[in-house]
Design a binder for this molecule. Structure first.
Ligand code: MG
Length: 391
């Protein structure tokens, strides 16, 4: 079998339900990898996207990574039998000639393609991705049918912020989520404390609320926030400072005894090692957020999990960023702590597909072959446009 075509498109994504609220022009890349494998009378097409938060990567995909796949002989991309794509071999072809370091956002371009390759491979195998992946990496235990999940959102509203934030939290709770995460750091700390109180009141317990400073604090503001937040009993305190400022991160961690979450904006094994060595994190309680798309895809994410678990981190510490269906499969197959879901923002990838029940802080895994984007109306339509518009 072989890859027949690779199609790519940039779309706008908003952090809010209302796309008119400014999200900084945020975009993402959608990918459709068309194969010559036929299932149910049609060619298998793998779908992937560049997760959220780092903008689209169309230039890198079009100019560098997709051409390498198009130019590769089929045997360089397939398993030994030649009947399915081998995502690990495909990844090596994409990365041929790339030097270590200087990750920039090429890791996001590779990750978007990698997601589509895993989707295609699982579809060709006729399995949902979590089962295909568990088998592919040699898991002894079958993956669970559901995983822990929380609702991500809580961005600052330009008008009527506290009331709209509380309403958003109510909608999360109504959808079956027990835990949620909101943003802090963009406003003075006293206003953030009011936001936290409003959100925690809806959830019923501050221990069900995580706060995400979006890497916004310098050392002084981080230490002030740590002092103010420490008594609140929050679920976790996330993305404190510049992701590469390990000295500040370590200082704030030393001043904040409750759980901290980090790693969302680190994209490589080398950076993950630095965070573990110098970031002041405590494996017995802290949370690791690496996004399996942004870290050069799943094929780049697996060595991070392997390295850090060998270094003493429990699998339950990994809660991947992204809020996408792909992460749910990864969490299930690898036995990780849980996943973020963005129930209201980042359309067309908001929430879960019909039939995926959210209850008691758990969500059911999609059971269709591949990732299951076809079950999610808005995501399916967006991917089909990538495919159909390119004809
Ligand atoms: Mg974050």
């Amino acid at each position: 079998m072989r890859i027949v075509d690779i199609r790519e498109r940039t779309i706008a994504v908003s952090r809010y339900v209302d796309p008119a609220i400014a999200s900084g022009g945020l975009t993402t890349s959608l990918i459709a990898v068309v194969t010559d494998a036929i299932r149910d009378g049609a060619p298998v097409i793998g779908y992937g996207f560049a997760s959220v938060g780092r903008y689209a990567q169309g230039g890198l995909i079009r100019e560098r990574f997709a051409p390498r796949l198009r130019a590769a002989p089929a045997e360089a991309l397939c398993d030994d039998a030649g009947t399915n794509l081998d995502p690990f071999r495909v990844w090596r072809v994409m990365m041929a000639g790339e030097k270590p370091g200087g990750h920039g956002e090429r890791c996001v371009a590779v990750g978007a393609l990698d997601m589509a390759i895993w989707d295609a491979a699982a579809k060709i195998a006729g399995e949902p991705l979590h089962r295909f992946l568990a088998r592919r990496i040699g898991c002894r235990e079958p993956p669970p049918a559901r995983v822990r999940a929380y609702a991500g959102g809580g961005y600052v509203y330009p008008v009527d912020d506290l009331a709209r934030l509380a309403d958003e939290m109510r909608r999360f709770a109504d959808l079956g989520f027990t835990h949620a995460k909101i943003k802090i750091g963009a406003l003075p700390i006293d206003q953030d404390l009011r936001r936290i109180a409003a959100a925690a009141a809806v959830l019923g317990d501050a221990a069900r609320l995580a706060v995400d400073a979006m890497n916004s604090y310098d050392r002084d503001r981080g230490l002030v926030a740590a002092r103010q937040l420490a008594p609140l009993g929050l679920w976790w305190f996330e993305d404190i400072c510049d992701p590469h400022d390990f000295a500040t991160h370590g200082d704030v961690a030393a001043a904040y005894a409750p759980p901290i979450a980090a790693g969302e904006a680190l994209f490589s094994l080398a950076e993950a090692k630095l965070l573990d060595r110098y970031g002041g994190l405590r494996p017995a309680q802290d949370i690791l957020l690496f996004d399996p798309v942004h870290c050069y895809g799943l094929t780049g994410y697996l060595p991070i999990v392997d390295h850090l678990t060998a270094a003493g981190w429990p699998r339950s510490a990994f809660w991947p960023h992204g809020g996408h269906l792909f992460a749910l499969h990864v969490v299930a197959a690898l036995g990780l702590g849980g996943a973020e879901i963005t129930p209201l923002g980042f359309a067309p990838f908001s929430g879960v597909a019909p039939g995926m029940t959210v209850s008691g802080g758990f969500v059911d895994l999609p059971q269709a072959p591949g990732i299951g984007f076809e079950l999610h109306d808005a995501a399916r339509d967006a991917f089909r446009r990538v495919h159909d518009d390119a004809r």
